[in-house]
Design a binder for this molecule. Sequence first.
Ligand code: AMP
Ligand code: GLY
Length: 425
Amino acid sequence: MKVLIVGGGGREHAIAVSMKKSSRVDQLYCVPGNAGIAQIAECDPAIGVMEFDRIVAYAREKAVDLVFVAPDDPLVGGLVDVLLEAGFRVFGPDRKAAILEGSKAFSKDLMKKYHIPTAAYETFEDPEKALAYLEQAPMPIVLKADGLALGKGVLICNTLEEAKAGVKEIMQDKHFGSAGNRMVIEEFMTGREVSVLAFVDGKTVKPMTSAQDHKRAKDGDQGLNTGGMGNFSPSPFYTQEVDAFCRKYIYQPTVDAMAAEGRAFKGVIFFGLMLTGEGPKVLEYNARFGDPEAQVVLCRMKNDICDVVDACIDGTLDQVDLQFEDNAAVCVVLASEGYPVAYEKGFEITGLEHFEGKEDYYCFHAGSRLDDQGRIVTNGGRVLGITAKGNTLKEARTKAYEATGWVSFANQYMRHDIGKAIDEV
Ligand code: AMP
Ligand code: GLY
């Protein structure tokens, strides 16, 4: 099989590594890809993920048998529909289904209609009405821009003043662009967060092993929200009881609800969950693998990824016995100092060769490229996802942090407390 992966981050590198392991894959392509992915796939760094015509032309030129669309923007924008129309076999939700991530107002209304546990909320299109609502709302309160905002369109406000400023930022100053034309205001929940990714074929849902992200930029969960600074899998807090509850009241009902709405979902649903005192509730849905969740989950998956992808496309996921290794993985993101706001890039990355031939250690590239002289240089806020597997979470964490010392680049920044929660169990 010839496979094209669309995307160019750590998630896509992890997907590419899984694809490379499959005996069914002869040739891998990736657009735009990055310097890490380029070691195992043919990449075209000139093609952007929103250049649908160029992606179709590239897929035709390479005569690929399967296209795997990984990032949120092209999924929500309808790349899957365009590729299907062009006659390709595609993994990922179509535009109608990707709205599950593309509109927070849609996903909240869906959960309300189908009684899926989530925080209480109201939706607003008029900033004046939002401001009036806040006057009697309990604090803290959570404001969410409706559309895609690189995972940054969520504001947690402790006071009425902060909340009012937040409404202005989202709806009037349009800090997150058109994502802020509508806004969800929701109840603040407390509890532990868990991410569960699940394969879906339109009707059957098969959850993968759990993971826990670290979204804030700084140690101790301080600083701004990022795409994710590291994570671990599995989460020791995601017990069998929690899993049974979520399968019954969250995962299957969500898939059924999408089908009932005429938006059958095929691909991966990312369930962002909060384990509250009243039970697990949905924080958010994503219509794709998480980044870096894919890094710690896929390296532990026993199945051939192509078999699972086929089953999702063909609607035969009920026949797949999805299995994960009985071990653990930890990913520590090496970022550029200043991420997620402003940072310099173009610095040489050295030491990458230390990962060669080392079992259980992975250096997933999130933001890298080859420069004119053939050197691998930094090319993003998140640069590398240093990932290690171990028999236990603690062992995996020790190995991952050990491996962060093998590579270096100027301006390097990381959190030192990824997986700290493990010590509480
Ligand atoms: P989201 O992109 O919706 O997952 O939100 C980003 C982060 O904001 C989540 O990972 C949570 O840490 C936090 N968050 C979102 N919604 C809530 C809520 N209703 N209560 C408390 N924290 C929240
Ligand atoms: N790490 C969270 C996300 O991919 O959205």
